[in-house]
Design a protein. Structure first.
Length: 367
């Protein structure tokens, strides 16, 4: 794929407030978006999605664009999230990856030998349907568009295991026992992530999120030695484009100080860690995104508000803040709960954060 010159500093200054401000500093209104905001929780999604794999659906730009737009219209969120999947670039280089119902990604012949590396041909990446979807959305959207990719480790785990895994036995065995193979694989997947993200940005994506969903399975010393440099390389390659970047992982509380060194502007958190503790652990160096437990959205709305308020209070010392869930929207979530949650955070989020700051100041604990 051919790439063009990144945005200039003047171009970057024209970016929408959510992306330009919340990734760097506090905003007058707390912005909100949800991971998996486009999906099975929406009846309008179920009505048009049809059957078959998401990998087929994303190949229909008009359909993918409409699905991307649905939660923006329904919830009033501050960003659209491209309807896609982290497996898309693997299919885009010709790997016979599938996504099976109720199981997830599946590769019949996993990548486990040096010879298998020849199957990962970055130069073959072709995802024209993704780029056309972005172009359609840029004509329709009044909010920023977030693109995304899987981080090299998470993508590697699917390729090595052949699908989802609880313990990542094959992945860790190759990582620790065959480091030469591991580093070659990770370099190829880093190049793939970079190419896929650059293509999205050049088509019009306003910000990107790198998902390292399974990095939390690693010991910090292994993450630092075998993974971190590759995530850094992805963010370094995107930096010239001057758009906000977000790094998200699941179960990564022990990795927070290391992930903060990845080069991302924003650190996305799951619900297992308190935001104020992360601010301490990172010396307030990054903006924060998160981290309401998705299951909280299954409660009556008065309880949802209480949980959201606790999250907002915990974010009072973050240098920049984006409200989100700690992982994806659950399919059984009532869409009206999410709409009211967005409204609540917009109307009361900044006031709750400011009041918590005042409380800390009065107690002498604010920095």
């Amino acid at each position: 794929m051919t790439f063009h010159d990144p945005k200039t500093e003047e171009d970057a200054e024209k970016a929408p407030p959510l992306l330009l401000q919340a990734a760097k500093k506090s905003t007058s209104i707390v912005p909100v978006w949800f991971m998996r905001q486009a999906g099975r929780a929406l009846p309008e999604y179920r009505a048009i999605r049809g059957t078959g794999s998401i990998l087929k659906a994303v190949e229909i730009p008009d359909l993918a664009a409409e699905i991307t737009l649905q939660p923006v219209k329904r919830y009033g969120v501050d960003a659209a999230v491209l309807y896609s999947d982290i497996m898309v670039p693997l299919k885009g280089i010709g790997l016979p990856i599938e996504i099976l119902p109720n199981k997830g990604p599946y590769l019949a012949e996993p990548i486990r030998t040096i010879e298998d590396l020849d199957r990962i041909r970055i130069e073959d990446l072709e995802v024209p349907y993704v780029l056309e979807t972005i172009r359609i959305l840029k004509r329709e959207l009044s909010v920023p568009l977030l693109g995304f990719a899987g981080a090299p480790f998470t993508v590697a785990s699917y390729l090595i295991e052949g699908g989802p895994s609880k313990n990542f036995e094959a992945t860790k065995a190759l990582m620790l026992g065959y480091p030469q193979f591991w580093h070659q694989l990770m370099q190829r997947l880093t190049d793939l992530s970079i190419s896929f993200l650059k293509a999205q940005i050049e088509a019009g994506a306003d910000a990107i999120q790198l998902f390292d969903s399974w990095a939390g399975s690693l010991a910090p010393r292994h993450y630092q030695k075998y993974v971190l440099d590759y995530s850094k390389a992805v963010f370094d390659a995107i930096k010239p484009y001057r758009i906000p970047t977000i790094h998200f992982g699941v179960g990564t509380a022990s990795l927070i100080p290391l992930m903060a060194d990845s080069g991302a502007d924003v650190l996305g958190l799951d619900w297992r860690v308190e935001i104020d503790q992360v601010v301490d652990a990172t010396n307030g160096a990054l903006a924060i995104q998160g981290n309401l437990d998705p299951t909280a959205c299954l409660l009556p709305f008065d309880e949802v508000k209480k949980e959201a308020e606790m999250v907002l209070k915990s974010a009072s010392r973050a240098p920049g803040y984006i409200f989100n869930l700690g992982h994806g929207v659950l399919p059984s979530t009532d869409p009206e709960i999410l709409r009211r949650l967005v409204e609540f955070v917009h109307e009361h989020g900044r006031g709750i954060i400011s009041a918590q700051k005042d409380r800390r100041r009065a107690e002498g604990s604010i920095r």
